[in-house]
Design a protein around this ligand. Structure first.
Ligand code: SF4
Ligand code: SF4
Length: 450
């Protein structure tokens, strides 16, 4: 029945949807037994109730495209584009279907072969000319600072602008975090472990958006790791990790970034590579798979991936050594999809937060459902992202926290905007910022006391 809905008969001149370079693996597709257990956790299925916007429906589309029975029409491409890549379906699937591999392969095919409008291509090119380049982002900070202070931000949120300015540009402007010209500088290339002999020698990823807009989180990460007995190496030559490009199907570009990052961290000779952005960590753990065809990098990529740890994983592996001070605060912990579904990291951030005396950590109802951020999804599909953001915000409001904590800047921005729209703004923090405040004995910045 599903197949009939989208099948178009092969005809003379029919162009195969997918080319020969890593189409979605038919063996992985065959693992799907169409049970539908994944449907209730799929955000796009929850939004529209459309089979073809569910994991099961998308897998059928991949199968038909592989068999040359459907083309990459605008309609088919849209079903793939609408997938957030949140991987909630991977967690839910009792048959172990590796949907993450399927959608990644499909996105690369779509990017190479599907026709897109000129405006769509232009917008995508703009995003990727900007976000993987921290230097370019930093160079724009004075302009963005002036924009936020000029009142143009309020103008862009007005009803008139809603009619005149494309939704994608409005969404991009709305997601801009508060710009600070005196933001924290990147950590020094080397920060020595405190408390005598180092327990670990770790490398630290700076991220791109993280480096430009959330320098405080990087500074807190370096301080916490050092306080917990790690020598912290911050390779200065590090580039983007390629996560955004790979999630968007820009395979060659993403792999170029991956190779450069491997080079930079190999030179640092570290035991672990610590990451404080869920989306980056999830992709870096996949380098071994992504670079499997590259004889010069395949083995090095596997070794690199084996060293990658989310900062909460790295800290949870170490017995706490730095004394904690009490922080009497009730926080809601949001599971970033690329940490929980992508890396299976759920216990560690909660365990790390629970080392802080006085801190109350509460879970959010429907915690497994994506907030709509998903890399650049909220910029490319702003309407769906908005609905998901508000659903998440309402669930957060239901547990009455004083602050929201998550390990991904994209989630924090997305949810912050949604909470603001619902008139319930909250301070937002990365878990390491709370731990850093506790270790230093200071109150977390931007949070009011009870
Ligand atoms: S990755 Fe997320 S949005 Fe995509 S099919 Fe799976 S659950 Fe649905
Ligand atoms: S992806 Fe897994 S859970 Fe979803 S329909 Fe297929 S087998 Fe069932």
């Amino acid at each position: 029945m599903l197949e009939k809905e989208v099948k178009t008969p092969a005809r003379p001149g029919f162009v195969r949807a997918f080319d020969e370079h890593h189409p979605p693996d038919p063996e992985v597709i065959a693992d799907c037994v169409h049970c539908g257990f994944c449907l209730p956790t799929c955000p796009t299925y929850l939004l529209w109730g459309e089979e073809m916007d569910s994991p099961r429906g998308r897998i059928v589309l991949m199968k038909l495209a592989n068999q040359g029975e459907i083309a990459l029409t605008e309609q088919v491409t849209q079903h793939f584009d609408r997938c957030l890549g949140c991987m909630a379906c991977v967690t839910a699937c009792p048959s172990g279907v590796q949907y993450n591999q399927l959608i990644e392969a499909t996105r690369a095919q779509v990017e190479r072969r599907a026709p897109r409008s000129a405006s769509d291509r232009l917008f995508r090119s703009l995003l990727f000319a900007l976000f993987p380049h921290p230097d370019r982002l930093r160079a724009m900070l004075p302009l963005l600072w002036a924009y936020q202070r000029s009142g143009a931000e309020r103008l862009l949120a007005s009803r008139v602008a809603t009619r005149l300015v494309p939704a994608r540009l409005r969404s991009m402007a709305a997601m801009l975090p508060p710009v600070r010209l005196n933001a924290a500088r990147p950590p020094a290339p080397y920060i020595a472990a405190q408390g005598g002999k180092a327990r670990r020698r770790v490398g630290m990823l700076l991220g791109c958006v993280q480096r430009a807009f959330f320098g405080d989180v990087n500074a807190a990460t370096a301080r916490v790791l050092a306080a917990e007995g790690c020598d912290v190496i911050v390779p200065q030559a590090q580039s983007c990790c390629g996560a955004l490009s790979i999630h968007a199907g820009r395979e060659d570009e993403g792999l170029r970034y991956a190779r450069r990052l491997i080079d930079a961290f190999e030179a640092a000779d570290v035991e672990q590579i610590v990451v404080n952005v869920a989306g980056c960590g999830s992709t870096m753990k996949e380098y071994g798979h992504l670079l499997r065809d590259d004889p010069a990098y395949a083995e090095r990529a596997r070794r690199f991936s084996a060293k990658v740890r989310d900062v909460s994983e790295a800290l949870a592996e170490l017995e706490p050594q730095a004394p904690r001070h009490s922080i009497e605060l009730r926080v809601a912990y949001h599971d970033a999809c690329h940490l929980s579904h992508g890396q299976g990291v759920r216990k560690q951030p909660r365990a790390v937060l629970r080392t802080i005396p006085g801190l109350e950590v509460v879970d959010i109802p429907e915690g497994e459902i994506c907030c709509g951020s998903a890399g650049v999804y909220n910029l490319l599909e702003p309407d769906a992202a908005r609905e998901l953001g508000e659903r998440k915000a309402r669930n957060i409001m239901s547990v009455r926290p004083q602050a929201l904590v998550a390990a991904n800047p994209g989630c924090l921005l997305q949810i912050n905007v949604a909470l603001g729209r619902l008139g319930a703004p909250l301070p937002t923090l990365h878990p390491v910022q709370l731990l850093d405040a506790s270790i230093r004995g200071v109150w977390p910045e931007g949070v009011s006391r009870r």
